[in-house]
Unconditional design. Structure first.
Length: 241
């Protein structure tokens, strides 16, 4: 069930830098766990790689100059801040393993080689600043519409706007599960971008996985666990062979 978000305009909004300046960092807006649902008031977007949020959702000022794509720039989007994730595709799906291999590269030669063999894509979700002007206080539907206008003329295959739908969130989530993706993020179309805040304007619907396994032992770590003397364990955690 989705709670009422009509009071979203009453949430406190952080102070923004003066015109002509961009913040050094913007904390990503956070989402609240939820179950699949349908609503014409929400945009349902694919959750690409949840494990990489801390790395991906940092401030990126365009022209994009990263160690992966030093020339991925656009004169149409200078002094513009986009919210998104860096992904690497394998067989048409985001690969967290490939992303880690790129992130762990350190030498210039290794970085250059991987950038050609495994090119990264910046998947954009939101528009936070354009030409130094803040957009975070505007509704999501306006930010996404303007974002589409900015991304389309760039014609860069490594800069993509995420696909999303409104209305049929349950079916969209089922398709994400079928494709073995992380899940779906539902964003209220009239919501503002609130850095670092978590509320019911953004809802994350994650794929749940189950596995049958045998527990052969554990190391006590909480107040409800029996003392280690009663578990017959000492030293490192037990390992199955």
């Amino acid at each position: 069930m989705v709670s009422d978000c009509n009071n979203i305009a009453n949430y406190p909004f952080p102070n923004m830098p003066s015109l002509g300046k961009l913040p050094a960092f913007i904390a990503p807006m956070l989402a609240t766990p939820a179950e699949p649902f349908d609503s014409d008031d929400f945009l349902f977007d694919t959750q690409v790689i949840a494990q990489a949020v801390a790395f991906d959702q940092r401030v990126v000022e365009v022209p994009i100059r990263t160690r992966y794509h030093p020339d991925a720039s656009s004169t149409t989007m200078r002094a513009t801040v986009l919210d998104g994730e860096i992904i690497l595709l394998k067989d048409g799906k985001p690969s967290f393993a490939l992303l880690l291999s790129r992130e762990q590269a350190r030498t210039p030669l290794r970085i250059q080689g991987l950038s050609k063999a495994m090119p990264a894509t910046f998947m954009v979700f939101d528009l936070l600043y354009e030409q130094y002007e803040p957009w975070m206080n505007r509704p999501l539907r306006e930010r996404r519409a303007r974002l589409a206008e900015l991304i389309k003329p760039v014609c860069n295959p490594y800069l993509q706007l995420s696909d999303g739908i409104t209305g049929k969130g349950s079916a969209y989530f089922a398709e994400a599960v079928r494709r073995d993706l992380e899940g779906v993020v539902a964003k209220r179309l009239d919501s503002r971008y609130l850095p670092g805040q978590r509320n019911d304007a953004w809802l994350k619907i994650k794929r749940q996985a189950e596995v049958i396994c045998a527990v052969i032992g554990f190391v006590p770590s909480g107040p409800c666990d029996p003392p280690q003397s009663q578990t017959h364990t000492s030293g490192p955690p037990p390992v199955a062979r």
